[in-house]
Ligand binder design. Structure first.
Ligand code: NAD
Length: 446
């Protein structure tokens, strides 16, 4: 699982060769470590005239211990934050140029660029809608231009949802979002109930989280991060993974549930388990997933059926069971794990990509239905993540997957887990119906 190329480029000889030959030069990403400041440097905050978010952004940064500057000065910044909600016409887009042009070079290593806007689909005025939609092209291009591990994101905030941005800004303005790049996030589209955690280092205290496929890889990292954030984790996997599952559960002080989620009685057994042991569940992460790759013309029907069953239909049956009985408590969170293959498609993965695009459909369909119950549903779409699965990919394809993104490296399971923990946070009540890629701005499906 080691990225030897990245180790090489950080050696003396490697650095020289990279420079001479113009090779990709991945910067080691700054990830969250307990006790570290959120950012390496102050945030420069600017608002286009008429913006409605500067005050809320300032308050969030202050609470998160981030120094906010409103006038340019220092040589490097931890972040540049621009409130573009006041931009109502194409000519006003010039505000973006005027703010970013003089300061973009001063974004520090693993720094952040955040642009805030209004969801275009909620705007009646044509000029304003066009200008707000244009922000997407700007941010996606800035993401590609930034160097040294810095990232750019666009956050569309529904009018009235100004007080719901806290958990999202804290996530984006920290090492927790290290491998999230050039994403468009929507807040408050379906309303949302924000509960500020008493302790931001343990926002999930008192919560019960179910993580499927938790015995290894990304699932094990999700269990670790949710437990770090205070949740009791119920780690679920198939009986054949029993030993590994027990090791993960022991590590995080959680409990194990050996269950094949595709079994006909699996939803009922799950409901019974959660009801009898915990009285319910607060967070459900549908992480279990399989691949059975073959080009469609050569694919056996069993391979099609198995992938659709694990990756999609079993999840829908579990959701139905948890929701019907009220086992998923008010304020609950359902979190899907899609894939960039579900967005871009992939040769040999018609079954997998269909299932993963279906996960996005699950988010679209359920978000408005669950909002009145205070429940949110969102998904992550990982790109190339360093796991046993990707280590088994042939070298050339593996190198292509690893490098073909704006950060020139693969992500780590913890990057996916941190994004899931952001969705799970009680303060993320306004984050509903989102699919965020954890892919370093992969060129696939861009
Ligand atoms: P993995 O194979 O290491 O882990 C998946 C886990 O799911 C395994 O422990 C497996 O036993 C479990 N599982 C499979 N079928 C099950 C069933 N019927 N019931 C219960 N558990 C079952 O895979 P990973 O790389 O950690 O991937 C985790 C998720 O992330 C998957 O949904 C995968 O599709 C998705 N994903 C991974 C990547 C990547 O680069 N690794 C990229 C995009 C998406």
């Amino acid at each position: 699982m080691t990225d030897r190329y990245q180790q090489f480029t950080n050696s003396g000889v490697g650095r020289a060769l990279v420079k001479r030959l113009g090779l990709p030069n991945p910067t080691p990403l700054r990830r969250h470590r307990a006790g570290d400041p959120a950012l390496d440097g102050p945030a420069l905050l600017r608002s286009a005239p008429g913006g409605r978010l500067a005050e809320a952004v300032g308050a969030v940064c202050k609470a998160a211990g981030i120094e906010v500057l409103t006038a340019a000065g220092p040589k490097t910044y931890g972040a540049l934050v621009f409130d573009a909600t006041g931009i109502a016409s194409v000519s006003q887009l010039r505000e973006l140029y005027d703010f970013f042009n003089p300061v973009l070079r001063a974004v520090g290593t693993c720094g952040r660029v955040i642009v805030l806007g209004t969801p275009p689909e909620r705007i009646a005025d044509a000029d304003e809608l066009i200008a707000q939609r244009a922000l997407e092209g700007f941010v996606r291009s800035v993401g590609k231009e930034l160097v040294r591990g810095a990232t750019a994101q666009l956050v569309y905030v529904e009018p009235g949802a100004e007080e719901q941005i806290g958990s999202t800004l804290r996530f984006l303005l920290s090492g927790k979002s290290a491998y999230v790049d050039a994403q468009v996030i929507r807040i408050g589209i379906y309303g949302g109930h924000v509960v500020e955690p008493e302790d931001w280092t343990a926002p999930l205290a008192g919560k019960v989280a179910l993580v499927t496929g938790a015995s290894r890889g990304i699932g094990a990292a999700i269990a670790e991060v949710l437990s770090r954030d205070g949740a009791h984790v119920v780690a679920l996997d198939i009986p054949a993974q029993g030993d590994e599952l027990a090791a993960v559960a022991n590590r995080v002080g959680g409990s194990t549930l050996q269950l094949d989620i595709t079994g006909g009685d699996a939803p009922a057994r799950l409901v019974e388990y959660l009801r009898s042991r915990h009285g319910g569940v607060d967070i459900v992460v549908h992480n279990a997933g399989i691949t059975r790759d073959k080009k469609l013309a050569n694919m056996k029907d069993a391979a099609w059926d198995a992938v659709l069953s694990v990756n999609l239909s079993s999840q829908l049956r579990v959701n139905d069971a948890l929701l019907a009985d009220g086992i998923l408590r008010e304020g609950g969170r359902i979190i899907g794990v899609s894939s960039i293959a579900g967005i871009a498609g992939n040769t040999g993965q018609t079954n997998y990509a269909t299932s993963k695009a279906g996960v996005i459909g699950m988010v679209d369909a359920y978000a408005p239905l669950l909002a009145p119950r205070g429940i949110t549903i969102n998904a992550v779409a990982p790109g190339f993540i360093e796991t046993k699965m990707t280590a088994a990919v042939p070298l050339f394809i593996r190198e292509a997957g690893r490098r073909m993104n704006s950060l020139s490296q693969g992500g780590l399971p913890v990057d996916v887990a941190e994004t899931i923990a952001w969705y799970a946070n009680p303060a993320s009540g306004g984050v509903n119906g989102n699919v965020v890629r954890v892919c370093g701005q992969s060129l696939l499906g861009a």
